[in-house]
Design a protein around this ligand. Structure first.
Ligand SMILES: C[S@@+](CC[C@H](N)C(=O)[O-])C[C@H]1O[C@@H](n2cnc3c(N)ncnc32)[C@H](O)[C@@H]1O
Length: 206
């Protein structure tokens, strides 16, 4: 497909998308927030005073929503390769989460305390080569699990974006070794034609 025509299709889809309109009318920076809101409404993840790590946070709609829900007694650490406008009560770390130094900055920010929840909406830039894209996205999900194992409290939760494809069954199996319950969520705001879905792992076992 010609580049100009695919951009036109993207624009047309954005203009018709009710979640884009809703986000524009509210103060949220991205339609992605409605995925987290739907999951939170159903699963009651977020509570006042919690400590949360948001991976792949930019432009920041999940962080905005989390910050509102946890309030000023809560603590939010947000990480992204891209810059992000400030969000209330949020420590933002700009860097590539696959780099050891960024992972360590996050651990330093936690200062030996433990988190209630790790959320990851990270997605790699797609190359169009399906097997390579799947491997890169799974790697991000695996790193999110590594961090969760390091920082979560007993009973803590993790919500992570993944893509249907090779390696997903094994990943869900790995989650089951560390969490009491592993659930799959495909919120309405996640487009039907996208292979993306979310895995919610609950009741972390220290
Ligand atoms: C779908 S967007 C997240 C949207 C965000 N949840 C929101 O509500 O605004 C995915 C993000 O993951 C980030 N990302 C991808 N790979 C990353 C990595 N290795 N380290 C840090 N961030 C990464 C991208 O830069 C992008 O901002």
């Amino acid at each position: 497909m010609a580049k100009g025509s695919s951009k036109k299709n993207w624009l047309a889809r954005q203009q018709k998308d009710p979640y884009v309109k809703q986000a524009q009318q509210s103060h949220y920076r991205s339609r992605a927030v409605y995925k987290l809101i739907e999951i939170d409404d159903k699963d009651h993840l977020l509570k006042q005073g919690q400590t949360i790590i948001d991976l792949g946070a930019a432009p920041g709609s999940w962080s905005q929503y989390v910050s509102e829900k946890i309030g000023n007694k809560g603590r939010l650490i947000a990480i992204d390769i891209l810059p992000m406008e400030p969000v209330d009560n949020t420590l933002f770390i700009k860097g590539d989460f696959t780099e050891q130094s960024v992972y360590e900055q996050c651990l330093q920010a936690m200062d030996n305390t433990r988190a209630d929840l790790v959320i990851s909406d990270m997605a790699p830039n797609l190359s169009g080569i399906r097997a390579a894209d799947q491997a890169r996205s799974l790697y991000l999900a695996e790193l999110s699990l590594d961090l969760a194992k390091c920082v979560l409290k007993q009973g803590g939760d993790m919500l992570v974006k993944v893509f249907e494809g090779e390696g997903i069954d094994r990943y869900r199996h790995d989650l089951k070794e560390h969490f009491g319950k592993v659930i799959v969520r495909k919120p309405k705001a996640s487009r039907d034609d996208s292979r993306e879905f979310y895995v919610l792992a609950r009741a972390f076992r220290l």
